[in-house]
Design a protein around this ligand. Structure first.
Ligand SMILES: *Cc1c(COP(=O)(O)O)cnc(C)c1O
Length: 381
């Protein structure tokens, strides 16, 4: 027998994680009921009980997204995995793709669409601004894309892109409409069918109060038609919906990969909380707590980066860093002295804004009060 090396055989202390209040752009704190659900015994990925729970998650997702889409499922991975699934399945080599870029995540869509062979065109806005319907229409006429991609809630800038009417416009121009709803699902009004959105995806750790790791995605019948008539196989094996469907749909299910049952429990509980509260009440709660935050920030002489409140994401606020204040040092102090996590900006907004999230379980008045109090003390020192 070879010699067993023992240098790494260490006895580390018992895990002791600080009780952070996660008020950044995600993850948010996991709801206690979700934590409890995740502690249930692990089930096999083809256990009939798990298959039933997966069906319940699909049904609850249709409610949360306001869609009748049959092809609604969960991807193993974070929001970016669902984003890549959306792009990989919808874009075929040679497809003309138009991406409306209002921040970092739009840029990520550009990068992905190019990698899957799309001929990508972009229209862009300054970080913090959004497109008008007329601007979208002009670009559809100019580029004649097969797919338009837009981020609903741009977490890098705090801006909420209005989506109503864009889907109808896309369909009038023979174009499919893909939307990133990673930050908006469970937090801001979203009507997939009414707004004629063909593909949407999200994540677990923002508006749904779960840990990261499993991400919802949905395809309209129109999007499925394109998928079923592809000339080329989907460029990713793991994210190929045609391979995932026999696992998620039908009377006889077959193995594709080992779905985490514990993440299904988490999503089921997070989505049950959404259904219990009701979408309207939940959206109003996020809006009311955002207003409380905005008023409190104004009282501290702090300015929101997105000037029009109607264009702000209710679950993620970007705040301008006052002259002479070190953005990173402030965030660090909030973390170390108050156990509160907020984030800075990046790229164009590096050092210029803080990003404050009130997502899902964390969208509560006591969190707003605590953050404002801590921020005031840190800024006055
Ligand atoms: C967080 C986020 C993502 C990426 O999700 P991950 O879970 O970090 O992979 C994508 N798009 C938007 C708009 C986001 O806010």
């Amino acid at each position: 027998m070879p010699v067993i090396h023992v240098t790494q055989q260490q006895t580390f202390p018992q895990l002791d994680v600080p009780p952070r209040l996660l008020l950044g752009p995600g993850p948010a704190n996991t709801h206690p009921r979700v934590v409890q659900a995740m502690g249930m015994p692990t089930l096999g990925h083809l256990d009939p009980v798990l298959l039933t729970l997966m069906g319940e998650v699909q049904e609850l997702l249709r409610y949360a997204w306001q869609t009748e889409n049959e092809c609604t499922l969960v991807i193993s991975g974070t929001g970016t995995a669902a984003m890549e699934t959306a792009v990989a399945n919808l874009v075929e080599p040679g497809d003309v793709v138009l991406v409306g870029v209002i921040g970092y995540f739009g840029q990520r869509l550009v990068e992905m669409a190019g990698r899957y062979g799309g001929k990508v065109h972009t229209i862009a806005k300054a970080w913090g601004e959004t497109f008008t319907l007329a601007e979208i229409e002009a670009a559809l006429v100019q580029y004649q894309p097969a797919i338009l991609m837009l981020v609903h809630a741009e977490t890098s800038t705090g801006a909420l892109q209005s989506l109503a009417s864009i889907g109808a416009l896309c369909h009038a121009h023979n174009c499919l409409f893909l939307t990133d709803s990673v930050t908006s699902l469970g937090a801001a009004p979203l009507f997939l069918d009414e707004w004629e959105i063909d593909v949407a995806y999200s994540c677990s750790q923002k508006g749904l109060s779960c840990p990261p790791g499993a991400s919802p995605i949905t395809f309209s019948p129109r999007a499925l038609h394109k998928l079923e008539n592809r000339k080329h196989k989907v460029g990713s094996w793991y994210f190929d919906i045609t391979l995932l469907r026999p696992y998620w749909f039908g009377a006889t299910r077959s193995y594709h990969h080992t779905m985490s049952s514990n993440m299904i429990y988490a999503l089921r509980e997070g989505l049950r909380l959404v259904a219990e509260e009701g979408l309207e009440a939940r959206w109003q709660c996020h809006q009311a707590n955002a207003h409380m935050l905005w008023e409190g920030l104004a009282a501290l002489d702090l300015t929101c980066h997105v000037s029009d409140p109607a264009q702000r994401i209710p679950s993620l606020t970007t705040v301008r860093v006052p002259d002479g204040v070190d953005a990173a040092a402030t965030a660090k102090q909030l973390l170390h002295e108050y156990n509160i996590e907020i984030a800075g900006g990046f790229s164009q907004l590096a050092g210029k804004v803080w990003r404050i999230g009130l997502m899902g379980y964390n969208s509560r008045a006591e969190n707003v009060a605590l953050l404002l109090h801590a921020l005031e003390r840190v800024l006055h020192e």
